[in-house]
Design a protein around this ligand. Structure first.
Ligand code: FES
Length: 115
């Protein structure tokens, strides 16, 4: 049986400014969690939006150099893998696949991000 691939159109390249992020609601992602799509210097990444340390939206954090810094206590995560990079966060967040097809950005919720 073939697996159904679910993907969500996020918008066009240019819709998310460099250093900004856009949040896809949990109802839309189908994963039970909101997912943030980040733009960092021409590359796009997606992580679960909720910080693993507390009730903060990573989309509101500081995005730079392949990392996002949580706006609440400054824990840092790798945008590519979701790996935690600094305290006080100690648990990784899930990373999801994002692709740019033509000039459109697509999110694949629940699919592993390319490492
Ligand atoms: Fe993100 Fe504390 S809530 S580091």
């Amino acid at each position: 049986m073939s697996e159904t691939i679910t993907k969500i159109k996020i918008g066009a390249v240019g819709d998310i400014e460099d250093g900004e992020a856009l949040v896809v609601d949990a109802e839309q992602t189908g994963t039970g969690e909101p997912i943030a799509v980040f733009h960092d210097e021409g590359e796009y990444f997606a992580l679960n939006d909720r910080c693993s340390h507390g009730e903060a939206s990573l989309a509101d954090g500081w995005i730079e150099g392949g990392q996002v810094e949580c706006p609440l206590h400054s824990g840092k995560f790798c945008l590519r893998t979701g790996s935690v990079l600094s305290m006080p966060a100690t648990e990784d967040v899930a990373a999801h696949k994002v692709e740019v097809e033509g000039d459109e950005i697509w999110l694949y919720p629940g699919q592993a991000a390319a490492q």
